[in-house]
Design a binder for this molecule. Structure first.
Ligand code: QUE
Length: 350
């Protein structure tokens, strides 16, 4: 069988270039893709011929929709081992990119969600275009905002990261710049020219980005930033819901409607994840926490139900269990966050 690899890894000039190449699944990441990227990055780490790493995608559609959710759900319905292996290696890759000593650039030209955020956010340069749509949508399928969400989202100002995590909101380029999810905005029509220039002169990447920089427009989130700062400051998800109810504005009512569609268990998991992530001293410590969560939640009813309702049958009517926030008790959360047996804990690549 001759089929193209799902990730193209090669050296062009002095650039190690990683091109996601699974367009039929919007470049959603699977274990094979994680392995290909990890092997390339490890080889280039010591290779004096590589000065810069570039992440991009083939084809016209987005950068990366997330992870191979169907595989995760099938595995979670059984022993969960394949799902654990996926998270284990994906988080090692996220951490490797985070620690990588050479500059990295990601082109987020289109949908950048979940797993795609885990590749792009640890890059030094993160280019958005007018086609960029960013989201951490996992509360909608009973998963959780992983790939470093506990670290990055909890470090955003004014509880904006918590708002992204709980609502799964989709935001565009100007808001990505506001939240430092993107470092630069370039019109998508000029991306091929910019990539060619960087491949020819990777040492000039920063100057080239300044030359190509365009105006992303007004960040629409700015209009709600004060409201988010005030209403998402509560010390529990219930407190946030109560604050939104009390506010009574159109915007607050919209947020309540959105939250009512999300998994109560996942919202509480995400809340605690960001609380703990904010206090982690290292990114690796945060990833070890997220791995404990991932290993548990893929086997829980909400993830299987969320994947059924949103991905497989697409009725968009998940029946969450527990159905309400008040039924998700602290003991359930303690079980999800508990340490794994010591031989099963996550560890970074040596
Ligand atoms: C939450 C997610 C994902 C999602 C939707 C969610 C996710 C993911 C995809 C996705 C989308 C389009 C595709 C595809 C996968 O959707 O991780 O293969 O073609 O990969 O609400 O976490």
């Amino acid at each position: 069988m001759t089929s193209e690899p799902e990730v193209l890894c090669r050296i062009e000039g002095r650039v190690g270039r990683i091109t996601l190449n699974r367009p039929q699944a919007l470049h959603a990441l699977n274990t094979n893709m994680i392995a290909l990227m990890t092997d390339a990055l490890l080889a280039w780490r010591q290779d004096p011929a590589v000065d810069l790493v570039m992440f991009d995608h083939s084809g016209e559609r987005g950068f990366c929709a997330g992870g191979d959710i169907r595989m995760l759900a099938e595995s979670g319905a059984g022993d969960g081992l394949e799902a654990r292996e996926f998270f284990f290696t994906e988080y090692r890759l996220n951490d490797l990119i985070f620690r990588y000593a050479k500059p990295r650039i990601a082109f987020m030209d289109g949908v950048t969600m979940g797993g795609g955020v885990g590749l792009s956010r640890p890059c030094r340069f993160r280019v958005a275009t007018e086609r960029t749509t960013f989201a951490m949508p996992e509360t909608g399928i009973g998963l959780f905002p992983d790939v470093g969400g506990g670290w990055y989202l909890s470090r955003m100002p004014d509880h904006l990261g918590l708002w992204l995590a709980l609502t799964g909101a989709r935001i565009k380029a100007a808001d990505c710049e506001l939240l430092q999810i993107a470092t630069d905005f370039v019109e998508s029509a000029r991306i091929p020219e910019l990539k060619a220039a960087i491949l020819a002169s990777p040492d000039r990447t920063e100057a080239l980005l300044t030359e190509f920089e365009a105006d992303a427009g007004r960040p629409t989130l700015a209009a709600h930033q004060d409201e988010i700062a005030r209403l998402f400051a509560g010390d529990s998800v219930e407190a946030i819901v109560a604050a939104l109810r009390a506010a009574g504005t159109d915007w607050a009512n919209e947020q309540l409607k959105v939250l009512a569609t999300k998994s109560p268990q996942t919202m509480k998991v995400a809340f605690r994840q960001l609380q703990l992530g904010a206090r982690c001293a290292t990114f690796a410590e945060n990833m070890a926490m997220e791995y404990r969560i991932g290993a548990r939640v893929v086997q829980r009813a909400d993830f299987l139900e969320g994947v059924r309702a949103v991905i497989v049958e697409k009725d968009n009517a998940p029946k969450w269990s527990p159905a309400g926030l008040e039924q998700v008790d602290e003991a359930m959360l303690d079980g999800i966050f508990a340490p794994l047996p010591s031989d099963q804990e996550w560890s970074p690549l040596p």
